[in-house]
Design a protein around this ligand. Structure first.
Ligand SMILES: CC(C)(COP(=O)(O)OP(=O)(O)OC[C@H]1O[C@@H](n2cnc3c(N)ncnc32)[C@H](O)[C@@H]1OP(=O)(O)O)[C@@H](O)C(=O)NCCC(=O)NCCS
Length: 393
């Protein structure tokens, strides 16, 4: 068989996918190991099953996908191409793009297997820094998290989420219940810290319309006031977030001989993510943050992060109005300093609570108390909106 791009004809790939692959095929194929691709060997795949803590029921499907790719040279060359483009190609070549989130010939684990080809590199990176292996295993377990999600969405075992590639770069680490990402601060809020007692003041950007409830206006809402932000040599004046996660309706002035800038847009930050596994246990989350405060300075001292940041539906402070104080979500919020998101809306709340953000309200599942709360309160006219948090390092 001729292994130029004509070999794709047997893989039933869409033409746009073939075009993108064809554009870089000539670069990846000279290094294709004709004696066998290391990441398609049975031993390697078994090790990945172990490292990713793959669900018992999903293991046969994962192994079958690997064997199928291994046995079919066109598939093996495609897997090599995707791996080469993701993990080896120069940044310039990567600009061409690689459509690796594909499931050719029903290989539903094709994207996961391609991603896990980077394992030797990741393992070496962890070893070089002396990071304990359990952190690597916990971090790679993201594959099983998204395998569960794939099952819930498609009724089949598989894994195609691009998120997992962050764990093999590596850019994201799982510590206890939470994931932490090398990131930078994206928010337009400026955060000041009192030099004496460490109090924080999180000041909103200027010219934002704010509704009477202390959240930023959505398109159909009338502003109660518009934010201002002014900076002189001796002070800053702006609208601060209140402890309840809403904006104050009066500005404050902070003298700069008492307050210092603690974080602003672009600063290195640890992004916090909440994987969809297990209840959001308060003590586990607290332990995760404590461990992160020790872990990153110890193993990644070059990453001089200013603190922890996150934007999520789980940080919507109005959830506190409806859930009991004992709920994990409410207790989770109490770990952080909350502030409103300028573009916060209920898209992610509906996605995460109902499994599909586009379901009409008369079709959403109503099994859990939160599903019933979100359903009833949206009908009552309440607006849920994702919120943000900051925690100094
Ligand atoms: C984070 C998470 C584990 C919290 O669940 P939890 O620990 O059970 O939280 P709580 O104790 O506050 O739950 C209170 C109620 O809401 C329900 N609930 C919580 N999260 C829910 C969700 N995503 N969908 C539906 N119901 C949910 C609980 O089942 C419980 O209902 P019950 O009273 O009928 O038993 C859960 O929401 C989850 O797995 N989310 C997916 C991950 C995610 O959203 N990540 C953030 C992306 S930015």
């Amino acid at each position: 068989m001729n292994f130029d791009t004509s070999c794709f004809s047997q893989l039933n790939l869409p033409s746009e996918v073939i075009n993108q692959i064809s554009a870089a095929w000539q670069y990846s194929q000279p290094s294709f190991p004709v004696d066998g691709v290391y990441f398609l060997q049975e031993d390697y795949l078994r090790k990945m099953v172990d490292m990713t803590k793959l669900q018992k029921e999903a293991i046969p499907v994962f192994m079958e996908c690997g064997a199928k790719i291994h046995a079919n040279e066109a598939l093996a060359r495609l897997a090599w191409h995707c791996h080469w483009m993701l993990h080896i190609a120069s940044h310039e070549l990567q600009e061409i793009g690689v459509p690796w989130r594909i499931t050719p010939l029903d290989c539903t684990f094709f994207p996961a297997i391609v991603n896990l080809a980077a394992f030797p590199h990741v393992e070496a990176w962890y070893r070089q820094r002396g990071i304990p292996e359990n952190v690597l295993r916990d971090s790679l377990s993201v594959v099983s998290v998204w395998t569960q999600y794939f099952m819930e969405q498609n009724g089949l075992w598989g894994c195609d989420k691009s998120w997992m590639s962050n764990h093999v770069v590596p850019r994201i680490f799982r510590l206890h219940r939470l994931e932490f990402e090398f990131s930078s601060y994206h928010s337009p809020f400026k955060i000041y810290r009192h030099d004496g007692d460490g109090r924080l003041a999180m000041l909103a950007p200027p010219d934002q319309k704010v509704f009477a409830d202390g959240f930023f206006c959505q398109a159909d809402q009338e502003a109660s006031y518009t934010t201002t932000f002014t900076e002189t040599e001796t002070s800053v004046t702006g609208y601060p977030a209140l402890p309840n996660g809403r904006l104050a309706n009066q500005p404050v002035t902070l003298p700069l001989n008492e307050w210092s800038l603690c974080a602003q847009s672009g600063d290195p930050m640890l992004g916090v993510h909440i994987p969809a596994v297990d209840p959001l246990d308060y003590n586990e989350c607290k332990a995760a943050i404590e461990q992160a405060r020790d872990f990153f300075p110890r193993y990644c001292p070059e990453f001089k992060f200013k603190g922890f940041a996150c934007g999520s539906w789980l940080l919507d402070p109005t959830l506190q109005d409806f859930l009991p104080k004992t709920s994990n979500i409410v207790r989770f919020q109490s770990l952080f300093n909350l502030y409103p998101s300028p573009d916060g809306n209920d898209w992610q709340t509906r996605e995460r609570v109902f499994g599909n953000p586009d379901l009409p309200l008369d079709k959403v599942p109503l099994k859990t108390s939160l599903q019933r709360i979100v359903h009833d309160q949206i009908l009552n006219g309440h607006r849920f909106r994702s919120g943000c948090m900051f925690l100094p390092r």
